[in-house]
Design a protein around this ligand. Structure first.
Ligand SMILES: [Zn+2]
Length: 78
């Protein structure tokens, strides 16, 4: 078990896929791989710009996990 394998386990989306992330970022107390982190930031930006939950045609580009993370922070802000 390499340090990268150990680290990757902290991101719920990528326990197994290759290549593993070599760095993780924290978002709202959750450790995320850079891909998921970027998607969260982008999804939240779209949500804020729209002022409400983006339509299905936009949501389909983001995983359920990403949507769930963003919705949790939106709910906290309200
Ligand atoms: Zn990941």
């Amino acid at each position: 078990m390499s340090i990268y394998q150990d680290k990757a386990k902290e991101c719920k989306c990528c326990g197994k896929h290759v290549p593993l992330p070599t760095t993780l970022k924290e978002y709202n107390g959750t450790m995320l791989c850079p891909t998921t982190f970027s998607n969260v930031v982008e999804y939240k930006r779209i949500w804020k710009a729209a002022g409400s939950r983006p339509p299905g045609s936009t949501r389909k580009h983001f995983s359920d996990y990403v949507q769930q993370l963003v919705e949790a922070t939106i709910n906290q802000e309200e």
